[in-house]
Design a protein around this ligand. Structure first.
Ligand code: TRP
Length: 332
């Protein structure tokens, strides 16, 4: 039997090429070897996205984005967290086994408190219980489906460890393997994608290239990438060029070597290097963009895919939940 991989995708903004190379592509690669369950963590997004139109749009765009990028819903169980009510019952059970102290130690919560202290406002200011208990909901997402591995970014490893702690507490109390203890996997070979200003591409830096930018917008953004002031004729070092790092993500190895040589020879200006980046980026992204637009143009089709995923996921969730309800004496 194949091992199970599960991950959640928080729909808090439009997808950018940092998400594509840092999370989407590695997760799709993993789905070739694992039974994958990937879901849109819409109730996690609700903690921060309070405008209904915005939240609804992000949910659809992010779901369509993963499908456009190649997620095959016939192979991956792909669903919305909010379609699995068992998640929220499991959360309530997990709460009874989660110490408040564990939540106090969560990095994301601690960072929010620190920021308040720095700004000399109430330490709890702006922090809702959804944020405080975020790791419990995430543990429920995970433990409901018995995954072996949970692919995540570095910032989420602590949350997976908390899910391990909570599962172990429950197994210890009920003297059995009621819940499977999962492992976090942080893919080692994932590239850091530089943003327009040279820092890591991140929504919070405002330096992103949207994954589904139009051709025109894509070219415009690439032309805005910050470079140094070296003149056309000067030889340039590809290894210290953010532009070249981005190029490598899209180009095959022959193209990479050829462009590196042109950098080193001199005679190529940044404008030309940007044109070359645009060419390979657009080559990879234009089929994605077309698929994305087709999926977004067929809302009923998208709903049907997510409903099919939910229909596959719920019976699996019910098995785990029933096992735990029985172990707890809630169900006899
Ligand atoms: N917290 C994750 C993030 O911010 C999203 C997420 C929610 C998740 N539930 C999950 C990831 C379960 C892995 C497993 O990116």
């Amino acid at each position: 039997m194949k091992k199970i991989a599960l991950t959640g995708i928080k729909p808090t903004g439009i997808l950018h090429i940092g998400n594509y190379f840092g999370a989407i592509k590695p997760a799709l690669r993993l789905a070739e070897d694992y039974d994958a369950r990937y879901f849109i963590a819409d109730y996690h997004a609700l903690n921060t996205v309070k405008d209904p139109q915005t939240l609804a749009a992000h949910i659809r765009e992010v779901a369509a984005g993963w499908l456009a990028a190649g997620l095959n819903p016939e192979k991956v169980i792909f669903y919305r967290q909010s379609s699995i009510p068992e998640t929220f019952e499991l959360t309530t059970i997990l709460m009874a086994f989660t110490s408040k102290g564990l939540m106090n130690r969560a990095h994301a919560y601690k960072a929010a408190v620190q920021e308040n202290i720095q700004n000399q406002v109430d330490p709890d200011g702006g922090i809702n219980m959804g944020l405080f208990t975020y790791p419990v909901l995430m543990a429920a997402d995970i433990l409901l489906f018995n995954p072996d591995v949970v692919p995540v970014g570095k910032d989420q490893v602590q949350h997976v460890e908390m899910a391990q702690d909570i599962a172990q507490g429950i197994n210890f109390n009920y003297k059995g393997e009621i819940l499977k203890v999962p492992q976090a996997v942080v893919q080692a070979d994932v590239a850091v994608v530089p943003g327009l200003d040279g820092r890591k591409m991140s929504k919070s830096y405002g330096n992103t290239i949207p994954l589904f930018a139009s051709e025109k917008q894509l070219r415009k953004l690439i032309m805005r990438i910050v470079t140094n002031s070296q003149a056309v004729e000067e030889p340039k070092d590809p290894e210290t060029s953010q532009l070249y790092l981005l190029y490598k993500l899209f180009a095959d190895s022959e193209e990479q070597d050829a462009l590196a040589t042109r950098y080193r020879e001199g005679g190529m200006g940044w404008g030309e290097a940007k044109e070359e980046l645009f060419r390979v980026a657009n080559r990879e992204l234009s089929p994605l963009r077309n698929r994305f637009e087709a999926i977004m143009a067929d809302p009923a089709g998208l709903d049907a895919i997510l409903a099919q995923g939910a229909a596959q996921a719920r019976p699996l969730a019910q098995i785990t939940l029933t096992r735990l309800r029985r172990a707890a004496g809630i169900e006899t």
